[in-house]
Design a protein around this ligand. Structure first.
Ligand code: FAD
Length: 328
């Protein structure tokens, strides 16, 4: 903070990234390098996905710990609650807090295919809002009897000195959740999550700036006040574009699909995907988006190329006194 008078630092757009936990040792090593490259643009946080049902818990924690130990980036843990009992969800949140993770993306998660609505497949927590509440309340829950009693003070239970959750993010669906009954429900669900204590929303990917901008407008009209970060993914192959449509239920953009299909050269396809994402990002930023959340697919090349096109990659990498001196 020692900026000389009259020298305005370039406005800093908060950038964040999403990764998924690696499945093999080789992938884990590659991911370490990816994280190091992403860390160079000084992101606000990097989030790590979580397999519904907890299948990736240990691998997710390993990636989050790597960030804590080897970078200065804030790690954000996705957590899902579908299929968990109340006690299991409590234990999970405690475990992450005790590892030093204080940022969360609280999700419901999807029940296993075929088990759609069976009570036991859903578990004790029925929505992301309930998980948000649990994350905030875990502090007040007592430790199991006998674990942390204060010596010499029978009957008094000490509340352990556990870090408090700071950032509690939730998902938002600008193009509608596949199961939602209508756009009002998507806003109502987001509002419920804010009321439960969420302080940030991150959107599912979307392909048209208007989907995001109109959603934010509806959310504000509906009483949502938390920042809504646009989630953007540079997609550089046709097969991935098709796969994403299956995964998210959001129809792929026909223009990009056609461009990728008729372009035979892989490098040119990369440029097409990067340009599409950068254009989308530029429009939502101009429309007031509070930052950019970039889905990485565990690769740094495409997302850094997007930031480069937007003039944001170097602004971050060289932020600080050096830049101020240069701009003087
Ligand atoms: P909620 O906010 O509780 O509900 C979302 C929508 O589903 C609402 O419209 C709600 O009304 C509707 N809905 C919920 N239950 C029902 C029901 N029984 N019947 C009809 N409608 C219903 N998944 C993972 O497993 N791991 C991850 O790491 C992960 N990360 C994600 C990150 C982001 C940014 C996003 C957008 C999604 C992510 N997901 C992840 C997917 C997410 O778990 C699913 O989209 C899930 O279906 C909804 O989760 P939610 O937290 O939005 O749920």
């Amino acid at each position: 903070g020692t900026e000389p008078d009259g020298v305005a630092a370039r406005p800093r757009v908060p950038i964040s990234f999403e990764l998924f936990p690696p499945r093999t040792d080789a992938a884990a090593i590659a991911l370490g390098r990816t994280i190091d490259r992403l860390a160079e643009v000084d992101p606000a946080f990097i989030s790590v996905t979580f397999g519904a049902g907890g299948s990736s818990r240990d691998r997710s924690l390993t990636v989050l710990r790597y960030m804590l130990e080897h970078t200065s980036v804030e790690p954000m843990a996705h957590l899902t609650c579908v299929g968990s009992s109340h006690a299991e969800a409590n234990r999970l949140v405690r475990e992450f807090l005790d590892a030093g993770i204080t940022s969360f993306l609280a999700l419901r998660g999807d029940p296993p295919a075929g088990a759609a609505d069976a009570e036991d497949a859903i578990g004790d927590l029925h929505s992301a809002a309930e998980l948000v509440q649990l994350i905030h309340r875990v502090q007040e829950e007592r430790e199991p009897f006998g674990q942390s009693r204060i010596p010499g003070m029978p009957g008094v239970t000490a509340i352990r000195d556990r870090p408090r959750p700071e950032r509690v993010a939730v998902a938002a669906f600008p193009s509608g959740h596949p199961r939602s009954r209508g756009s009002n429900q998507d806003v109502d669900v987001l509002l419920a999550k804010e009321v439960a204590g969420a302080n940030l929303a991150i959107t599912q990917l979307f392909w048209h700036a208007d989907d995001y901008l109109a959603f934010v407008q509806r959310a504000r009209a509906g009483g949502v006040t938390i920042p809504i970060l646009p989630g953007i993914m540079p997609v550089t192959t046709l097969s991935r574009l098709a796969r994403l449509e299956q995964l998210t239920g959001v129809p792929a953009p026909a223009g990009l699909a056609i461009d990728l299909e008729i372009e035979p050269d892989a490098d040119a396809q990369f440029e097409l995907g990067v340009a599409y994402a950068a254009d989308l990002a530029a429009v939502v930023l101009a429309g007031g988006a509070p930052g950019l959340h970039l889905y990485t697919f565990n690769r740094h090349e495409a997302v850094l190329a997007v930031l480069d096109r937007l003039g944001l990659a170097t602004a971050h990498a060289h932020a600080g006194t050096e830049r101020n001196t240069r701009e003087r």
